[in-house]
Write a protein that binds this ligand. Structure first.
Ligand code: C5P
Length: 269
């Protein structure tokens, strides 16, 4: 663990919904998504340096680039800064929960310079605030939503990386209906779950075609929660719960059944 108390926190993002509503001439897709953040994420510490350097540690460090291909490196460079960066990777990469985007956003937040956010990736703007937001356009049109009631999730990743462009390519219908105009103010987690049950992630079925193991993850979670869905372009899926204990029990159970998968309980807000 990074001991530096000033370490930056880059929380995982979860798309509770992800409706694909159109496509622009440049190929980017128009989205309508309710995005929330977890109480788990990557940690970044920055030390003084004459040159940018990057050391990646933590359970998901393997395979993460330690050079200018890494989004934290790009963010520091874009701001014209020089730092010795340590990135503790607690989130799986290329997993639909914003790892690289959250990391880049944490850097921009730290320096109080948010203008390059969209240039670093479509998910970076939403990660800047790290609070529940409705995300539209190609990701840059953001509206805060009324604070959601407390609820918990189990996140499950089967240990594979899914390339976002491949999932978008496999999408059959690009003109799906958006969410309702107004997202209600939910009094209880139960009311939120009832509403979410009528929403979708339009990338879920194309992602299952690209990586059939995602369907296995959804099956493993189904019947345990009223809302089981994939986040982003996958492969991470989530199940929602009204209390922490239930989420911890399900996470343990899945982890025992599938030791190669990543299954964790977390709070979402
Ligand atoms: O911006 P980011 O690097 O996260 O996007 C990865 C890829 O996902 C893009 O190159 C594009 O193919 C696809 N994408 C899209 N529409 C969006 C966001 C991403 O088609 N709104």
């Amino acid at each position: 663990m990074i001991s530096d108390k000033a370490a930056l926190f880059a929380p995982a993002k979860v798309n509770l919904t992800l409706h694909v509503t159109g496509q622009r001439d440049d190929g980017y897709h128009l989205l309508d998504s309710l995005v929330v953040f977890a109480d788990l994420g990557d940690r970044i510490s920055l030390g003084p340096a004459d040159e940018i350097s990057l050391d990646v540690t933590g359970p998901f460090a393997r395979g993460v680039p330690t050079d200018a291909r890494n989004s934290v490196w790009q963010a520091v460079e874009m701001l014209g800064e020089r730092r010795a960066i340590t990135l503790e990777k607690n989130l799986p990469n290329g997993a639909g929960i914003g790892g690289g985007s959250a990391d880049a956003a944490a850097i921009l937040r730290h320096f109080g310079r948010v203008e390059p956010a969209a240039d670093l990736g479509a998910d970076v703007p939403v990660c800047l605030l790290s609070r529940a937001q409705r995300m539209r356009g190609i990701g840059g049109k953001l509206d805060e939503v009324t604070a959601l009631p407390p609820f918990w999730a189990v996140l499950v990743n089967p240990g594979i990386t899914v390339a976002t462009p491949d999932v978008f390519k496999a999408l059959e219908n690009r003109g799906n209906p958006p969410m309702p105009d107004a997202i209600p103010a939910f009094e209880t987690a139960g009311a939120l779950f009832d509403w979410l049950a009528h929403m979708r992630n339009d990338l879920q079925s194309p992602a299952c075609k690209v990586a059939p193991v995602i369907a296995q993850v959804l099956t493993a979670l189904s019947g345990r929660s009223p809302v089981v869905r994939m986040s982003g372009s996958g492969a991470t899926c989530f199940a929602l719960f009204q209390n922490h204990t239930e989420a911890v029990t399900v996470a343990k159970d899945i982890q025992e059944q599938k030791p190669d998968w990543w299954a964790v309980a977390c709070r979402l807000s």
